[in-house]
Design a protein around this ligand. Structure first.
Ligand SMILES: *[C@@H]1O[C@H](CO)[C@@H](O)[C@H](O)[C@H]1NC(C)=O
Ligand SMILES: *[C@@H]1O[C@H](CO)[C@@H](O)[C@H](O)[C@H]1NC(C)=O
Length: 372
């Protein structure tokens, strides 16, 4: 392929994906850096499909099946993993009404509204500890799945089977208690635990200023059978160990580095007991790209505790290029938000058998907050 059509495709993609009113921090990257990332991405193996999408032909795909397939294959030209349209769902009736129970997304609208008001600091407009814990909880529920060893993944078992009490899951008591309350309240209206945990993480992300509105799919099975222990990365792991563990969940280096960018909003509690509450970048209430910059720089800013695992990934061969590409010296975070959204959707679908039958409920989510 000659370079010219590629340039035109990239330009068209950017023009399609970015609304004209988008502020600078979300606007198109300088052209050369987008090209850099695409070149870096091409040096990796191609992204893998999951579950039923591996065998279904295109003619057998539902609308949602096709969207998920495009997202998993990073086909940004057709289906972006983050939503820019900003359509808002309007509930056809009160919770429990016939009209509401006949619309798959209706209960999730009520759930998402309640989660949003719980996760947002109204005084500062930032996202709170429950929001950050929700992101971690979703990762730890899904992360028990392995391509080679199996397991059920995103099925709610972290709460339903009490996996959250394991050492590898510590620090999530508050979010578990909160989600249990929501589960008891919304289960009679059709909300299931496997979905609820992923919905909470997705709402948590968009509640943080600059957080992407990641497309939301529901319809997972839930399970009260515990997933296997020991399949989640540890804060002190080597890059090789993390990349190997994550490759066994179909993540490539770019996906792993995009995912750990969630540390943009995290605060540690167990890595260093003398520094409880220290964040992993200097703006833990904002979903920005500062984490990437501050992880690779010489020394940590005041009050920032950097995880050994994150520094290891920045130091491994090929790793720093992704950190740099996501950090973007111009302060633009389009590349990262897109890469993160795609990797998060992949994560949120691990172990789900029938992706072709899921439903999309993106419109129940709050809109992005671009004011940070
Ligand atoms: C990780 O390493 C730090 C510093 O050496 C240590 O204090 C901490 O206990 C380790 N954490 C785990 C989970 O092994
Ligand atoms: C739920 O489980 C049933 C029974 O195992 C399976 O047939 C179905 O595909 C699963 N649904 C999803 C969304 O994975």
């Amino acid at each position: 392929m000659s370079l010219k059509p590629l340039f035109i495709t990239l330009l068209t993609t950017l023009t399609l994906l970015i609304p004209p009113s988008t502020p600078y921090t979300h606007g198109p990257r300088p052209f050369s850096s987008l090209q850099n990332l695409d070149n870096l991405l091409k040096r990796q193996s191609s992204p893998e499909l999951l579950a039923d999408l591996k065998t279904l032909s295109d003619s057998q795909l539902t609308t949602v099946g096709k969207i998920i397939k495009d997202i998993l294959l990073l086909d940004r030209t057709t289906n972006s993993p983050q939503d820019f349209a900003g359509v808002r769902y309007s509930a056809p009736g009160a919770l429990g009404s016939t009209a509401c129970s006949q619309s798959t997304c209706c209960v999730w609208k009520y759930v998402a509204d309640e989660i949003y008001s719980t996760f947002r600091n109204t005084e500062t407009g930032t996202c709170n500890n429950l929001a950050r814990q929700a992101v971690r909880l979703a990762f730890h529920d899904s992360g028990t799945w392995s391509k080679t060893l199996g397991g059920s993944g995103a099925d709610g078992s972290i709460i339903l089977a009490g996996e959250w009490t394991r050492g590898e899951n510590r620090g999530m008591d508050d979010i578990v208690a909160r989600i249990q309350t929501w589960y008891d309240k919304y289960k009679p209206y059709g909300a299931r635990m496997g979905d609820l945990i992923q919905v909470a993480a997705t709402v948590g992300t968009v509640t943080c200023p600059l957080g992407p509105r990641i497309r939301l799919f529901v319809g997972r099975n839930s399970s009260s059978t515990a997933g296997a222990a020991g399949r989640l990365p540890d804060v002190n792991d080597s890059a090789e160990s993390i990349l190997g563990l994550m490759a066994d969940k179909t993540f490539r280096m770019s996906d792993v580095i995009a995912l750990i960018g969630a540390h943009t909003v995290s605060r540690q509690r167990f890595v260093d007991p003398d520094r409880i509450g220290d964040s992993q970048d200097s703006t833990p209430g904002v979903w920005d790209v500062r984490f990437f910059k501050e992880t690779v720089q010489e020394s940590a800013p005041e009050g920032v505790l950097r995880f050994a695992s994150d520094k290891n990934l920045a130091a491994v061969s090929g790793g720093k290029a992704f950190f740099d590409s996501f950090a973007d010296s111009a302060g633009n975070q389009f590349n990262w938000a897109t890469a993160y959204s795609a990797a998060f959707i992949r994560l949120s679908l691990l172990g789900v058998k029938n992706l072709n039958n899921l439903k999309e409920c993106t419109s129940v989510l709050p809109l992005r907050d671009l004011t940070a």
